[in-house]
Design a binder for this molecule. Structure first.
Ligand code: X8Z
Ligand code: ZN
Length: 604
């Protein structure tokens, strides 16, 4: 988490005017010295902005929002002044690679570049903070007076996850989408200002800036994402086909077309981004396995701390350090009863000094059990790259940061669940294994097109390819094209459905999750190899393997200090992202799905 106050002396200082020697051309020594002092200034700025952001997101008040805006303005101003300086210093001859890389990373370090104009900078910081708060405080209210009932995202999501009543689900789905229309005009200003900021530092628009953070030209990265999508797309097509057929059985062909789009409100998830909540409908062999983790957590009264401790326990079993004591003291594990907060889970190092924290509204559910591992993956990355220069304190690329915890969570196998008391049996007969594959597929395969289209939409918005009046239609065109998902009915004229997904108002780039969905299987494969696993990949758990832990540490400790192919090589021995590990992991399920789908008309 790195967002962005009274004027810190350091940040208000303008970049020094170039010395005569500098006008003649920068030297490597000059660049090295500058990077060192920039490191200190950035730490001060980012620390301050994170303190304010943490305070705001765990207590959404106007005063806290104002403090975030002030801090963001400060950091944005520093970036405006200093990115051009870094660009000039990057031309120094004989630069050492460590200095050169920091100069390069500075330019893409913020996903929200601000225009140099201070009024515009303030406006951008204000909109960003406000949209984040609007999403966090969002609720859907019905009834009047005494009968008035308001439900937040958690409550509305629960309806989608647990109900099978078409109308109740539809109301929850539409209800949440009443939160975002007021964001639409704000998003228009936000995109225009962010684009202006991006242009000032040499990018065509914000989308191009985001795509430039991958150690290759942005158009090559674009082609790379398409290549990866095409590798895994057949998995999604089979899963979609089977799921749609089952949903038709549940809701009837008058409501769901057997050859058309799946309505967006019946997959158990508010955005149809992962479908594990409808696993009971899709379970291949009911009774063959014991995978109802939600029921087990609830029956055994697991609280948030116990869930988080189980997550930490997985990492320590691999020989990684325990979380610092302050993690347990400072994190927000549950939704406070008396404050409005941003519940969307995130991991932080607020003080940039191994101050690991999680901010999450943990519920005893499979979703949150997996998410805690995801968040701890970020904390462990932070922990192991904490001694590096500040610009190296991130993932090899952002998909790496997202993939660590997920890769570890792939080892939450039935036998591991039994070991920690969350399953009674760990049957490894082929039917039970297929059940587990289905549960995994509903989380991982179902996610792929959503992970891809979130930023396809933003790239098109930021580049101006889609006009503002077409934003919502374009969203649904991409949902149809990639996910085979459709809106359950006509959308209101003022709808801004992308804004009903956290990462749009919070301005968190999303391609990272798509890349992570692929990478985690590559990581899992190589950790399993290190752990000495033999047999099919989907039966492997690296729980307790110090050798797998060493592999993981090798990538964590590098942070962003090297181009990402180096980090990938350190853990997998290869320098290319590759969907084949994922395809291989799911090969038993694919065979089964193809049989089930025989005779069905797949696609949409
Ligand atoms: O936002 C997240 C994490 C925080 S980095 C909880 N995820 C994406 C989402 O919720 O949409 C993890 C999976 C995808
Ligand atoms: Zn994450």
């Amino acid at each position: 988490m790195r967002l962005l106050l009274p004027c810190l002396a350091i940040a208000c200082a303008k970049a020094p005017a170039p010395s005569p020697a500098a006008t003649a051309g920068p030297t490597a020594d000059e660049a090295r010295a500058w990077v060192e002092q920039a490191d200190g200034q950035l730490r001060t700025l980012w620390r301050e902005s994170q303190r304010k952001a943490w305070t705001y997101e765990t207590d959404l008040t106007d005063a806290h929002e104002a403090a975030v805006v002030a801090a963001e303005e400060q950091t944005m101003g520093w970036m405006t002044d200093n990115i051009p300086v870094a660009a000039r210093l990057a031309t120094a001859p004989d630069l050492d690679p460590v200095t050169a890389r920091q100069l390069q990373l500075l330019r893409t370090s913020s996903p929200l570049p601000a225009p140099a104009d201070p009024d515009k900078r303030r406006e951008l910081a204000e909109i960003a903070a406000k949209m984040n708060g609007m999403y966090g405080k969002g609720e859907y209210c019905t009834g009047e007076g005494e009968a008035r009932v308001c439900r937040d995202l958690g409550e509305l999501s629960k309806v989608l996850a647990t109900s099978t009543d078409w109308d109740a689900q539809l109301e929850a789905w539409e209800g949440w989408r009443t939160v975002s229309p007021p964001m639409k005009p704000m998003y228009a200003s936000f995109a225009a200002l962010g684009n202006e900021g991006a242009r000032e530092i040499g990018f065509a628009n914000m989308g191009q800036l985001w795509l430039s953070g991958y150690d290759m030209p942005s158009d090559e990265m674009l082609a790379e994402t398409e290549r990866l999508w095409l590798q895994v797309k057949p998995l999604y097509e089979q899963l979609h086909c089977y799921t749609r057929a089952k949903l038709v059985e549940r809701y009837g062909a008058d409501r769901i077309s057997p050859t058309g789009l799946i309505p967006a409100h019946v997959t158990g998830n508010m955005w149809a981004q992962s479908w594990e909540n409808i696993y009971p409908l899709l379970e291949p062999y009911p009774g063959a396995s014991d995978l109802d983790v939600t029921a087990a957590l609830q029956a055994q009264n697991w609280d948030a701390i116990r869930i988080a401790k189980a997550g930490e326990g997985f990492f320590t079993s691999m020989g990684l350090d325990p979380m610092p004591a302050t993690f347990w003291e400072r994190s927000m594990f549950v939704k406070p009863p008396d404050k409005e907060v941003v519940c969307h889970a995130s991991a932080w190092d607020v003080e940039l000094a191994d101050d690991q924290r999680i901010k999450m509204c943990i519920e005893p559910s499979l979703d949150d059990f997996v998410t805690i591992h995801h968040e701890l993956g970020h904390n462990y990355y932070n922990h192991y790259h904490t001694t590096l220069p500040i610009l190296f304190q991130s993932g090899a690329h952002d998909g790496f940061h997202e993939a660590i915890g997920d890769a570890v969570a792939l080892s939450i196998t039935p036998s591991y669940l039994k070991q920690i008391g969350l399953a009674e049996t760990d049957s490894s007969d082929p039917q039970a294994l297929l059940d587990k594959q289905m549960l995994d597929a509903l989380q991982k395969i179902a996610f792929l097109p959503f992970g891809y289209l979130m930023d396809r939409w933003r790239w098109d918005v930021f580049s101006g390819k889609v006009a503002e009046e077409d934003w919502n239609d374009h969203w649904w065109a991409l949902r149809a094209q990639y996910q085979g998902i459709g809106a359950p009915g006509p959308r209101p004229a003022d709808a801004f459905d992308p804004g009903a997904k956290f990462h749009i108002p919070a301005n968190t780039p999303y391609l990272r999750y798509f890349l992570a969905a692929i990478l985690q299987f590559q990581f899992h494969e190589s950790m399993c190899k290190a752990a000495g696993h033999t047999g099919p990949l989907h039966t492997c758990s690296v729980y307790g393997s110090k050798e797998a832990g060493e592999k993981l540490k090798a990538v964590l400790e590098l942070g962003a200090s090297k181009p990402w192919p180096d980090a990938l090589e350190a853990i997998t021995g290869t320098r290319q992202m590759d969907g084949r590990a994922m395809v291989q992991y799911f090969s038993p399920l694919m065979g089964w799905l193809e049989e089930q789908n025989a005779g069905r008309q797949c696609g949409w």
